[in-house]
Design a binder for this molecule. Sequence first.
Ligand SMILES: Cc1ncc(COP(=O)(O)O)c(C=O)c1O
Length: 442
Amino acid sequence: MALDRNVAPNDLNAFWMPFTANRQFKKAPRMLVAARDMHYTTADGRRVLDGTAGLWCCNAGHCRPRITAAIQAQAAELDYAPAFQMGHPKVFELANRLLDIAPEGMAHVFFCNSGSEAVDTALKIALAYHRARGEGSRTRLIGRERGYHGVGFGGISVGGIVNNRRMFGTLLAGVDHLPHTHLPARNAYTRGQPEHGAELADELERIVALHGAETIAAVIVEPVAGSTGVILPPKGYLERLRAITAKHGILLIFDEVITGFGRLGAPFASQYFGVLPDMITCAKGLTNGVIPMGGVLTTAAIHDAFMQGPEHLIELFHGYTYSGSPIASAAGIATLETYREEGLFKRAAEIAPYWEAALHSLKGLPHVIDIRNLGLIGAVELDPVAGEPTKRAFAAFLSAYDRGILIRTTGDIIAMSPPLIIEKAQIDQLVGTLADVLRGLA
Ligand SMILES: Cc1ncc(COP(=O)(O)O)c(C=O)c1O
């Protein structure tokens, strides 16, 4: 049968775009055709300063030669190796290099292909871990309101963003949620970690009292919540969460998909805050966003609980065709090497105070009701248009793009997370242009 369906190659209709206002986009497309370092190039030849590291993932900037070369060489040498019952050297090397920069106490890595898969993997490991130890009654999972843990059924069940949940049925059973820690009345315009709200971690005691500790497998939180519009942990909050989970034998999972790989000026947020969870999920910056890859770091105690019984048997019935694929592994190694060679995590820490000062200079501009920051993360919250939430921030996003900067919005919050190679002059450009955008908003 002829395949002539009269579809022009540049017809925009066929591709159903993710997390996008499809009809709006297709009327006025924003097409990126090239990238280098801090900039994208648009189809109409404009340079756009990347204020978001793509989607919080290109931490070393774009089209970095070492990463490109590693991918090219790997594709020509070993394109694919079966992920189950077979191995290849690069994935073992990457796991070791990852542990080199991971918090002390992390001892093993399970690879997958995205943040969503990392979250579902960690939740499954948590359930199976308790069962392997004879505590199979621990089946409940605790997330947090406004949390974002990707879009798998596990992730949206423990997640707390209503639009990501309400269309998708009953989700996982046996999930409960902590309250979020966004307290604008008490913490607005805080620089760095907020002073107020550590006591919100004590809500976990209430949840434990309600269900019984022996029914709870794990608590998962983002150390800094990004996709929901940047929510920071109040001082002492993560420490309390760690103490309560430890007291009740509940695993603590940090979802570090955006905080991993230098976003706060340390390899992981766990090191920045000095709080060690039982598992860490990561993705995005693991390969500089270039090739899909995610991972779950676990302690030895978790891993070792599975390593029993006859040695010819598979210990964990979980994995993906592309878990630790050769090309992703090569990209990961080259990425970690780039971070190390250029000292990018330290660089992020050094430039963070300048970033903070620049962001907070936006206070007092039209519609701004809060500004918050940590490491190289920043958020500017806008007063919503009455009855039309998200409209004002989306208008800011479009205006910013027209003026040559890429920002991200969620709800009425503008979030920024530039590559860690950003220069002071580029921070000035980003924040200065955003100031012009805000002055021009209706
Ligand atoms: C904290 C967190 N977890 C999970 C995810 C999902 O990652 P992916 O889109 O790679 O599935 C994200 C994505 O932004 C994230 O921020």
